[in-house]
Design a binder for this molecule. Structure first.
Ligand code: DHB
Length: 495
């Protein structure tokens, strides 16, 4: 028996609880008994209507099917997190749309490496930060299928005090969700070979990791353990906003970048710690063997010049070019460090750092000596809430003969896209990349996104990287362009 609940809403705020969802499991069981739980049932959905305002300010009425998938794995550890929702447009502004072959936006909502659940959502998340239309909303109004996966996160702890969402749980879950879609190719709406992932901050880190590590065998035991579908977890395109990644090198990178910037209090961080970490960044950077056109090998000596010329100056140039003559003159008068020749903005790296001002984090920024940072919790295990994951911080805390726990190195690889792009160049990676970061974002070093972009470019992938001038953490200033980019790289005719 199939029941459909047709819900007519009046706008983004009108999402109505999905009731009477048919699971389809009886029919699925007769078709594929062994894999019943992982079969998608196209007939189980609620139909909803939503108002979505596009980036031009034009309002659209979208009728869509909202599918709730109770779990994307056969053996969920916690289905509250290991579930996903699929939204499929059927009518846009009164015209029927067929999303059967449309690109799929795979939008994670991870923040802070925390657990993220979509289990209680009763419709697509069409509005994002500050009430603006979310990437999901824009994608739906463009005729794409939107998948919103939940994932376990670092703070989850069971009745025995065991942490069950620490590394690598979140990436394993996102991979399992992709596998679910690919396993259901032909049953699930949308083109599973045109999955574009997106996420912001920790979600951007996981999105870039999902893109970099597609089909890597390293995750196999973890995927098997939760009963993930037997299918590929490679994705077609990757969007990453302010990715907080390359964590085990992020303390060094942070001091290389922001070491001379004061904290909000005006104080500088410990000069010895900052200096030691910053000095250690050079050898790490050298080990990546990054190259960039016009710069040759990227080293701790020319990386500032690379970042300045490749990202920061073009970012300021774009910003200033878009201003009215009056507004530009006012900005330039207020920021004399910046020179404008009528077409291009120029300034030095040192002046750029001064312009950014206060750094957000103390040193070490990620592997704090007192284990207080989110990342120490991310590398917790068993009943241990937080652990050191760099030798530098561990030895600072526990003495020079201390060694990282045995499982840490492998877990670092499972969480770091750079590992899959440098140490083991992964053929299953995504080949289309959209990377964005605000120039005033000091949640991590500017080198993190810059190095990711440099490496991918060097590998010959299609990379679109841009920094938003004067924007802080989590900014997304060109969400409509991202939606159009998905159409362009996937060969989909954009509406
Ligand atoms: C996020 C921000 C951080 O500064 C961090 O260290 C980890 C995650 C976030 O916003 O997701």
């Amino acid at each position: 028996m199939k029941r459909r609940t047709v819900v007519k809403g009046l706008g983004a705020a009108s999402a109505v609880p999905a009731v009477g969802l048919a699971t389809g499991s009886a029919r699925a069981a007769s078709r594929r008994p062994a894999d019943g739980p992982l079969l998608f049932d196209p007939a189980a959905y609620t139909e909803q209507t939503i108002g979505i305002t596009d980036t031009e300010g034009v309002a659209h009425e979208v009728v869509y099917r909202f599918h709730k998938v109770a779990s994307y794995v056969a053996k969920p550890v916690d289905a509250t997190y290991q579930s996903l929702n699929i939204s499929v447009p059927v009518r846009i502004d009164g015209a029927a749309v067929d999303a059967a072959d449309a690109p799929i936006l795979f939008a994670n909502s991870v923040g802070g490496y925390m657990p993220s659940s979509v289990a209680n959502k009763t419709g697509i998340t069409a509005t994002g930060m500050g009430g603006a239309t979310s990437r999901q909303g824009l994608a739906l109004a463009a005729g794409y299928v939107v998948v919103e996966p939940g994932a376990r996160g670092r703070t989850l702890v069971d009745a025995n005090g065991t942490y069950y969402g620490t590394a690598p749980a979140a990436i394993v879950d996102l991979k399992a969700a992709v596998r679910y879609l690919k396993y259901n190719q032909g049953r699930v709406p949308g083109d599973v070979h045109r999955i574009a992932s997106c996420g912001t901050s920790a979600g951007g880190a996981l999105s870039s990791l999902l893109g970099a590590s597609g089909d890597s065998p390293l995750y196999e035991p973890y995927l098997r353990e939760i009963g993930a579908a037997d299918a590929s977890d490679a994705i077609f395109a990757t969007g990453a906003w302010c990715p907080i990644t390359d964590l085990e090198h992020a303390d060094m990178a942070y001091e290389w970048c922001w070491g001379s910037n004061p904290l909000a209090s005006g104080a500088l961080v410990d000069r010895t710690v900052s200096g030691e970490l910053s000095s250690a960044y050079g050898p790490y950077l050298a080990s990546l063997k990054l190259r960039a056109r016009g710069f040759g090998a990227l080293t701790a000596r020319n990386l500032d010049d690379y970042l300045l010329k490749t990202f920061m100056r073009p970012s300021a140039t774009k910003y200033l070019a878009a201003l009215s003559d009056e507004a530009r003159a006012a900005y330039l008068a207020a920021h004399p460090f910046l020179t404008w020749d009528g077409t291009e903005a120029t300034f030095t790296w040192a002046d750029f750092l001064t312009h950014v001002g206060a750094r957000k984090k103390n040193a070490p920024s990620f592997d704090a000596f007192d284990l207080s940072t989110p990342e120490c919790n991310l590398y917790g295990t068993g009943t241990t809430a937080a652990r050191h994951f760099t030798l530098y911080s561990l030895r600072h805390a526990a003495g020079d003969s201390a060694h990282l726990d045995e499982d840490i190195p492998a877990k670092l690889h499972l969480m770091n896209p750079m590992y899959h792009l440098v140490d083991k160049v992964n053929a299953g990676r995504s080949r289309h990349w959209w990377i964005r970061l605000g120039t005033k974002d000091s949640d991590t070093s500017h080198t993190v996104a810059g190095n990711l972009s440099a490496r991918l470019t060097d590998l010959g992938d299609d990379v679109d990287t841009s920094y938003y001038w004067d924007a802080g953490h989590g900014a997304d200033q060109d969400p409509g362009d991202f939606i159009e980019w998905i159409a362009s790289v996937s060969g989909h005719r954009h509406r």
